[in-house]
Design a protein around this ligand. Structure first.
Ligand SMILES: Cc1cc2nc3c(=O)[nH]c(=O)nc-3n(C[C@H](O)[C@H](O)[C@H](O)COP(=O)(O)O)c2cc1C
Length: 137
């Protein structure tokens, strides 16, 4: 199973989760912005990424104001998931709203088959076994 993780992280929490998946064998792709203001506004550089090279794609981002952070949802708009299964995770501190559901829905509009999701509350220790469960569809 070849998996790709496409993620955005402003302060490193989401990157930490993505790196657990990277260590488990997934290819990592980071959505980047030139500076913090651009990141908040959602002006991002989506990575060059071909979904057809993968069996599974995992999307990850922080929660901002109970929503998935805009940089990831903006990047999703530029993607074509080509019928691949897509799982999603978010990192947050307290209240994720319906962020994972919103990420999967956005991906569904861009050709993804919506898979499972997880949310990680980052004020406690990360359960890496739960993270790795995102690598199966
Ligand atoms: C602008 C902003 C808004 C946030 N809004 C929420 C929120 O609504 N609910 C929540 O639980 N955490 C919220 N957080 C906390 C982040 O989701 C959390 O720290 C996340 O793990 C950060 O991920 P990152 O380090 O990958 O950027 C917010 C953080 C920022 C910077």
């Amino acid at each position: 199973m070849k998996a790709a993780v496409l993620y955005f992280s402003l302060t490193g929490n989401t990157r930490k989760v993505a790196e657990v998946l990277g260590k488990a064998g997934a290819d990592l792709y980071e959505v980047e912005a030139d500076n913090k203001l651009y990141a908040f506004l959602g002006f991002v550089k989506a990575p060059v990424f071909d979904a057809s090279e993968y069996d599974l794609i995992v999307l990850g981002c922080p929660v901002w104001a109970r929503m998935p952070a805009r940089p990831l949802t903006q990047a999703i708009k530029k993607m074509d998931f080509k019928g691949r299964p897509v799982n999603a995770f978010v990192t947050h501190m307290d209240d994720e709203g319906k962020s994972t559901e919103k990420v999967l829905k956005a991906a569904g509009k861009k050709g993804a088959v919506q898979g499972k999701s997880a949310s990680f509350k980052m004020d406690k220790e990360l359960d890496e076994d739960v993270v790795r469960e995102l690598l199966s569809s």
